[in-house]
Design a protein around this ligand. Structure first.
Ligand code: NDP
Length: 307
């Protein structure tokens, strides 16, 4: 049964790429009443969406021609270029929203390709898994043409919460990768912690509630303070947990791992940076100062919240 009759005023959307994520995106547009045209390298994957009212385009060019808004969500940017490169001529006047995961440089290069053909470009980072698409819990970060974002904001909000980060197309992937890096860093600690208790026969399920509560407390209490210190560059003064103390305690994490037969691979790099910072004379300062070892301080902090 077609779902596209639900909202007659909804503009048409094309979705290129029908993997797990692209299918969820197309499904959300259909559910919101948009006429949806789809294309996928393996055409059979369009079947369920076509049953729900989507139109399957025979070619990428046909898919691009079908809608003013063209959403692309494939495996990587190499695939994006392989698909859009040959159909450049048909992009003029469209807005391409590329929700494929990639790097800031890849986003800027793709923006140049698309805008060079007379189209508007938005890059995007999806901070959600497919089942969350179409709910406010899906955060989608956008960057690139502010005008195109304004023009298509209502449509893009169908996918979830939509946040535009700025005109530089690289900003969405930059933030996407930053958020994911934070998540993986957290899970690296969670995996080590789980291995540590498992070595003593304690179940991961027994640790999980205690660990979750501890992590939430630390994130809420420490993240704003860490951000303040990094942006101000002031790492000393009123430091409750000086780095030298933390580095000494960290030795116990490594020693306990050795005693319990737990590999230290996930936590050794942080210890090395702590030791270096202490050796450089910053032992009485905050952990946040480690960021100085990772990247040079910009002349002026960039970002939306910098004045
Ligand atoms: P899938 O592996 O499920 O699907 C990959 C899609 O890319 C398919 O449509 C596939 O086509 C297409 N594709 C791959 N290579 C090519 C190519 N050379 N030419 C044409 N099409 C190609 O991945 P997802 O849908 O899960 O992910 C898509 C993007 O979304 C990725 O960049 C991913 O990082 C991002 N993302 C995914 C999330 C998730 O939880 N799934 C979360 C956030 C972002 P075919 O069907 O023919 O193989």
């Amino acid at each position: 049964m077609s779902e596209t009759s639900a909202g007659g005023d909804r503009p048409p959307v094309t979705v290129i790429g029908l993997g797990s994520m692209g299918s969820a995106l197309a499904g959300a547009f259909l559910a919101a009443g948009h006429p949806v045209t789809v294309w996928n390298r393996t055409p059979e994957k369009a079947g369920a969406l076509v049953e729900r009212g989507a139109v399957r385009a025979a070619t990428v060019a046909g898919a691009v021609a079908a809608s003013p808004l063209v959403v692309v969500c494939v495996l990587d940017y190499a695939a994006v270029h392989r698909l859009l490169g040959p159909v450049g001529g048909s992009l003029a006047g469209r807005t391409v929203v590329n929700l494929t995961n990639g790097t800031p440089r890849q986003a800027r290069e793709t923006a140049a390709l698309v805008t060079g053909h007379g189209a508007e470009y938005l890059d995007g980072g999806i901070m959600a898994v497919p089942p969350l698409i179409g709910t406010p819990h899906a955060l989608v970060l956008y960057s690139g043409s502010p005008g195109a974002f304004e023009e298509h904001r209502r449509t893009l909000r169908v996918l979830g919460t939509a946040e535009h980060l700025g005109a530089d197309p690289g900003l969405a992937p930059l933030h996407d990768l930053a958020l994911l890096t934070g998540m993986y860093g957290m899970f690296a600690g969670v995996l080590h912690a789980t291995a540590l208790v498992r070595s003593a026969g304690v179940g991961a399920r027994d640790l999980a509630p205690m660990l979750a509560s501890w992590l939430k407390t630390m994130v809420d209490a420490e993240l704003p303070r860490l951000a303040e210190r990094v942006d101000s560059g002031v790492y000393g003064g009123d430091v409750g947990s000086p780095l030298a103390m933390q580095a000494a305690a960290f030795d116990n994490f490594l020693r306990a791992g050795e005693e319990q037969g737990v590999r230290p691979d996930l936590i050794v790099p942080l210890k090395a940076l702590m030791d270096r910072r202490v050796a450089d004379g910053h032992g009485d300062e905050d952990l946040a100062g480690i960021v100085e070892l990772l990247t040079a301080r910009p002349a002026r902090p960039a970002g939306r919240h910098a004045s």
